[in-house]
Ligand binder design. Sequence first.
Ligand SMILES: Nc1ncnc2c1ncn2[C@@H]1O[C@H](COP(=O)(O)OP(=O)(O)O)[C@@H](O)[C@H]1O
Ligand SMILES: [Mg+2]
Length: 274
Amino acid sequence: MFDAAPRAETLLEVNNIEVIYNHVILVLKGVSLSVPKGGITALLGGNGAGKTTTLKAISNLLHSERGEVTKGTISYRGERVQELDPASLVRKGVIQVMEGRHCFEHLTIEENLLTGAYTRGDGRAAIARDLEMVYSYFPRLKERRKSQAGYTSGGEQQMCAMGRALMSRPETILLDEPSMGLAPQLVEQIFEIVRAVNEGEGVTFLLAEQNTNVALRYAHYGYILESGRVVMDGPAEALRENPDVKEFYLGMSDQGRKSFRDVRSYRRRKRWLA
Ligand SMILES: Nc1ncnc2c1ncn2[C@@H]1O[C@H](COP(=O)(O)OP(=O)(O)O)[C@@H](O)[C@H]1O
Ligand SMILES: [Mg+2]
């Protein structure tokens, strides 16, 4: 049948990348993913699965960690971006919000937000407008604008890091573990803001999350990483309904937690035996 819905353009394409730390530690073993324009794509998986490494490979932040992409390609809008430094990538519209929300502790919230506009050359009026745009999504930051970032809460610092990224007027935000260390209610609030920014500003998100449950409620598509490999991907709704995902990531089983791959091979064995 003719499909009238226009297919979203792919912005970011990661093709079969391998990442090695310290010349010997193979961490990503052929990861591929694609991020469509205007979507929220989730990169899921437990601690140590390789989510942060994938995001850092994309924004070329691995060098300081003695990490290197040794195979595969990464492209943005069809253009190879592997050799670009993070600042050039920001100019192309891609910005990363790092895990652990790095704000400048000695600056106020507002000063932090303004540092996010450093790559722009469109003048004070535009920057002032965008500051108001950021405050409209993060009213809490407006209340705390004069506070020194180091003295604000974890949730406010996460908002500050996201708001600062927005100040660069990005097309795509790579958001690493926004829920980390936050109370459930705040996590929900952060994800509501991600959705609002996605819908209101059209910003594309690739977000890494251990909290599969929340991420799959807000994302459109998900990739599940385990030990440096994508073990499953699909529309968020399909992943939420998938029995293996339910059992291992959504906490809907009381059986012991094994590896996701173990379960799948176990199921396969069971099918052969049946
Ligand atoms: N700088 C590094 N040097 C060596 N190994 C690292 C380094 N950073 C991460 N790793 C290893 O790479 C694997 C993936 O880590 P990471 O990408 O941080 O996972 P995630 O973000 O999914 O928790 C882990 O086994 C971790 O120990
Ligand atoms: Mg991580």
